[in-house]
Design a protein around this ligand. Structure first.
Ligand SMILES: Nc1ncnc2c1ncn2[C@@H]1O[C@H](COP(=O)(O)OP(=O)(O)OP(=O)(O)O)[C@@H](O)[C@H]1O
Ligand SMILES: [Mg+2]
Length: 235
């Protein structure tokens, strides 16, 4: 569903992403991990179209998207959340979710089933008339995910969704992702530093380090990889 091929991005002299390739199938949860500054968020920005790549190709469902503006990519089903939350503070929770629907593929009916189910599943039903800044932090993070789901994504990219969550909220998030995989199969890219969470949630992982691709494989392969242990996981 998602193919990233030989993608590079430099900011002046900084090589933020250096010739990285990976692919993610429908129904796959694919982890993107690595130390701070490895280039993970930049990669998501390149896929979603917030940044233009320096070289390489990106395909979603067989369509080359890397030259399209961000809103066209969204319409094709490329959705993401932000490492630093980007909610619309002056809109209600309901309106924040509806913004996602407006940008989605085709005409959306009110009460789209997936969004409705997700509102309940992610525990937002009682907050619909509130503004986001009245919500606890974990709820804001969940709202970003539901807003992304309103695009009915083919590719869903989550940038540190468990950051700032307590263990109970992280556990909920894990179960919600498992629910989502059944309810709306899509290619999920998951950036996280919570290793227990990422190793249990992901089917496969891509490890980045200093912009480059360090390793890729299953959680078992990655945890046993000496280069990954040295660069990121530690002993
Ligand atoms: N807009 C930008 N302009 C200049 N340099 C940037 C820009 N965005 C990112 N960088 C640089 O690119 C590199 C990769 O940053 P990025 O945010 O992608 O890392 P990350 O893997 O997401 O790290 P973290 O785990 O801390 O979120 C860093 O050196 C960063 O300073
Ligand atoms: Mg980041």
């Amino acid at each position: 569903m998602l193919q990233v091929r030989n993608v590079s991005k430099n900011f002046g002299g900084v090589q933020a992403v250096d010739n990285v390739s990976f692919d993610v199938g429908t129904d796959e949860i694919h982890g993107l991990i690595g130390p701070n500054g490895a280039g993970k968020t930049t990669m998501i920005n390149l896929i979603s179209g917030l940044l233009v790549l320096s070289s390489g190709e990106i395909e979603v469902d067989g369509v080359a998207i890397h030259t399209l503006p961000a809103e066209k990519r969204a319409r094709l089903g490329v959705a993401r959340t932000f490492q630093n939350l980007r909610l619309f503070k002056n809109l209600t929770v309901r309106q924040n979710i509806d913004i996602g629907k407006i940008h989605s593929r085709g005409v959306q009916k009110d009460g789209d089933d997936l969004v409705n189910d997700a509102i309940d599943r992610f525990g937002l039903r009682d907050t619909m008339a509130q503004t986001p800044d009245s919500l606890p932090y974990g709820q804001m993070r969940r709202l970003e995910i539901v807003r992304a789901l309103a695009l009915r994504p083919k590719v869903l990219m989550l940038d540190e969704p468990a950051a700032g969550m307590n263990p109970e909220e992280t556990d909920d998030l894990f179960h919600n992702l498992m629910w989502l995989r059944e309810r709306h199969p899509c290619a999920i890219v998951l950036i996280e530093h919570d290793l227990k969470f990422i190793m249990t949630a992901c089917d496969r992982l891509t490890v980045m380090n200093m912009g480059g691709l360090l390793a890729s494989g299953t959680p078992a392969e990655i945890t046993a990889n000496q280069e990954v242990i040295d660069a990121y996981l530690g002993h």
